[in-house]
Design a protein around this ligand. Structure first.
Ligand code: G6Q
Length: 556
C-alpha cells in the first residue's frame, strides 16, 4: 500500500501529502454526502433565511453567490479541511516562490509573475523575473504604440491596418478570447484576425479581403516548431510576399514573432529585434497576459492591457492571501471537486450573460481540461478517483433556447457558473435588465424547480404534469461583476486559473503539463509522408488506419 504519494513545500520543511482517498476529510465527505443526499436546497433555504446572503463572498471586484449549491456548513467545513490536508496553502506558496511544481517537465509555474507590478520580486532560479517581464511589456507597448499611431509603416510605406495572429492552442485561444471580450475597447479602424487551424480554410478566410501592404502577421509560438503554426506562418509569408512584389525584405515590416526560441525565429527570417520573448515558466494556456497577448495590446492599447494585468494581479493576491473560507477560487475549486467526485457530475457549464464573453467557455475548455485531464498523480500513481471535469458553455440567453432543457429536466447533474455584470457596455432600452433577469431566473429555477402540486395548481391536466415538473435542487454559482472592463477580464481569467490550481492540488495531479497532446502529434508526422508520397507507401498501422489512409489517397 502506498502511504505517501508525494512531497511538496520548501526543501527546508517538506509536507507529506497522503493519497487522496487516505485523507481524513475525503472519507468524512463521502459519509457526509450520504447523510445529506435527501436534503434539498429548498429546505436549506427554508431553514436558514439568511443563506442567500451568508453563502457569498466578495473580493477583487467579484461577488460570488454560492448559496444555491448542495452544501451545508458542514460540507464547506469538510471541503476546507480537505484543502488543508491536500497541502493547498503550501502549494500556493510553492508556486509563488518559483518552485518547480510542474514536476513532469521540471519547470516553475510563474504566470503570476506576468502580472506582478513593477518593483515586485518573484524569483526563478534565484533571479527576480519581474524586471524581465516589464522589459518585454515596455517593448510590446512601444511597438503597439507605433502600429496604432501609424508610425510603423509596411514595406510599401502604407500604415498597418490589419493584424493577423498566427498561433494555436495557448498561443491562440487567449488572444482570440481577449480580443472578443475587449472588443468594446479596441481600435475600430483596425482589423484583427486569428489563424490557428492547419486547415487551409482558416488562413484563406482570415486574409480574405486584406491588402498585404497593410497587414502585419504576429507569429505566436512559444516553441516556434508547432506544425500548424509553422505551416500557417510559411503560407502567410508566401501570401505576404506575393502581395508585395516578392521582395524578401518585406518580411521585416510585416512579420513579428512572439516566442521563446530566438534561433528558430531568425531561421524563419524574422529579425530578433522584432521578437517578443517569454519564458519556459509560462505554460501555453497561461500565457495570454505574456507577449502572446501582443495582438490584444495592439487592439486595446498598452494602458488597457496594463489594466487587465492589474485585474489579474488583484485576483492572484486575493488567492494568495485570503483565508480559504473567504477565498473565491478556493471555494469554487472545492465546490467543483464536491460535484465531480461525490455527486458523479461529469461537467461544469459556464454561462456568461455577456455577449463579449462568447469565446470565454472555449478558452476555459483548454485552461481546465488540458490542465486537469490527468490520470496519474504527481508521484506517477494511477488515480482512483475522477479528475478534470468537462467544461463547456455558451453565452446566455442563447443557451436557454437550446441545451438548458437538459440542465433543467435531464437526468444528469450539471453544476453551472452563471456570470453577469451589473452594467452593460451597450445600454439599449431594457435589454440589460431583461438579460440579467434571466441570470437570476435560471439560477432560481434550477435550485427550486416546480413541484407537481404547483404545476397542477396552474390547471395542467394530470397526464401533462410529469412533463412540466422541474425537480430543482440543481446547483449553480452566480458570479456578479460591475462591468466588463479589461481589469474585470483579468480578474475572471485569474479566478478560473486558480480554480484549476485548487482542483489540481486536491487531485494531486500536475496541472501544468500536457503530455496527452503528444501522441497524436507524433503519429501525424509519421502519416504526412504516407498521404503525400507519389508511390504507394508500405503501411504498417492497424487495419483501420491503413484502410483510411488508402481510401484518402484514392480520393484526394
Ligand atoms: C498549452 C499547450 C498548447 C500550446 C500549443 C502551441 O498549454 O502547451 O496548447 O500552447 O501547442 O504551442 P506553441 O506556442 O509552442 O506553438
Amino acid at each position: 500500500m502506498i502511504l505517501f504519494d508525494f512531497e511538496i513545500g520548501s526543501s527546508v520543511m517538506p509536507t507529506i501529502i497522503a493519497p487522496l482517498r487516505q485523507r481524513p476529510a475525503w472519507n468524512a465527505l463521502a459519509a457526509h454526502r450520504k447523510s445529506i443526499s435527501g436534503t434539498t436546497m429548498k429546505k436549506l433555504f427554508a431553514d436558514d433565511p439568511a443563506r442567500g446572503q451568508r453563502l457569498t463572498v466578495e473580493a477583487a471586484g467579484v461577488y460570488l453567490d454560492y448559496s444555491k449549491n448542495r452544501v451545508t456548513d458542514e460540507t464547506i467545513r469538510l471541503l476546507l479541511q480537505l484543502a488543508g490536508e491536500s497541502g493547498l496553502r503550501e502549494r500556493i506558496d510553492a508556486m509563488f516562490r518559483g518552485e518547480k511544481i510542474n514536476v513532469s517537465e521540471n519547470r516553475s509555474v510563474l504566470h503570476v509573475a506576468l502580472r506582478a507590478p513593477k518593483g515586485a520580486t518573484i524569483l526563478h532560479d534565484g533571479r527576480n523575473v519581474v524586471p524581465d517581464v516589464h522589459e518585454v511589456l515596455d517593448k510590446m507597448a512601444a511597438f503597439a504604440g507605433r502600429i496604432r499611431s501609424g508610425d510603423w509603416k509596411g514595406h510599401t510605406g502604407k500604415r498597418i491596418r490589419n493584424v493577423v495572429n498566427v498561433g494555436i492552442g495557448g498561443s491562440d485561444l487567449g488572444p482570440v478570447m481577449a480580443y472578443e471580450a475587449l472588443r468594446f475597447y479596441t481600435e475600430r479602424a483596425m482589423t484583427f484576425r486569428f489563424v490557428s487551424n492547419v486547415d487551409g480554410t482558416d488562413f484563406a478566410e482570415a486574409v480574405h479581403g486584406l491588402d498585404a501592404a497593410e497587414t502585419l502577421f504576429i507569429i505566436s509560438s512559444k516553441t516556434f516548431t508547432t506544425l500548424e503554426t509553422m505551416t500557417n506562418a510559411h503560407t502567410a509569408r508566401a501570401w505576404s510576399l506575393a502581395g508585395l512584389g516578392g521582395d524578401a525584405k518585406a518580411v521585416a515590416k510585416h512579420f513579428v514573432a512572439v516566442s521563446t526560441n530566438a534561433a528558430k525565429v531568425s531561421e524563419f527570417g524574422i529579425d530578433t529585434a522584432n521578437m517578443f520573448g517569454f519564458w519556459d515558466w509560462v505554460g501555453g494556456r497561461y500565457s495570454m497576459d505574456s507577449a502572446i497577448g501582443l495582438s490584444t495590446m495592439i487592439a486595446v492599447g498598452p494602458d488597457r492591457f496594463r489594466e487587465m494585468l492589474a485585474g489579474f494581479h488583484e485576483m492572484d493576491e486575493h488567492f494568495r492571501t485570503a483565508p480559504f473560507e473567504r477565498n473565491l477560487p478556493v471555494l469554487m475549486g472545492l465546490l467543483s471537486v464536491w460535484y465531480n467526485d461525490f455527486w458523479d457530475a461529469q461537467t461544469v457549464a459556464v454561462l456568461p450573460y455577456e455577449q463579449y464573453l462568447k469565446r470565454f467557455p472555449a478558452y476555459l475548455q483548454q485552461l481546465t481540461m488540458e490542465s486537469n485531464g490527468k490520470h496519474v498523480t504527481l508521484g506517477g500513481q494511477r488515480v482512483d478517483y475522477d479528475t478534470g471535469a468537462i467544461y463547456w458553455g455558451e453565452p446566455g440567453t442563447n443557451g436557454q433556447h437550446s441545451f438548458y432543457q437538459l440542465i433543467h429536466q435531464g437526468t444528469r447533474l450539471i453544476p453551472c457558473d452563471f456570470i453577469g455584470f451589473a452594467k452593460t457596455l451597450n445600454p439599449l432600452g431594457a435589454h440589460h435588465d431583461i438579460l440579467m433577469s434571466n441570470v437570476f431566473a435560471q439560477a432560481e429555477a434550477l435550485a427550486f424547480g416546480k413541484t407537481p402540486d404547483e404545476v397542477k395548481a396552474e390547471g395542467t391536466p394530470d397526464w401533462l404534469v410529469p412533463h412540466r415538473v422541474f425537480e430543482g435542487n440543481r446547483p449553480s454559482n452566480v458570479l456578479l461583476l460591475d462591468k466588463l472592463t479589461p481589469a474585470a477580464l483579468g480578474r475572471l481569467v485569474s479566478l478560473y486559473e486558480m480554480v484549476v490550481f485548487t482542483q489540481g492540488t486536491v487531485w494531486s495531479i500536475d496541472s501544468f503539463d500536457q503530455w496527452g497532446v503528444e501522441l497524436g502529434k507524433v503519429l501525424a508526422q509519421r502519416i504526412i509522408p504516407e498521404l503525400s508520397s507519389a508511390t504507394e507507401p508500405a503501411l504498417a498501422h492497424d487495419s483501420s488506419t491503413n484502410a483510411l489512409i488508402r481510401r484518402y489517397r484514392q480520393h484526394r
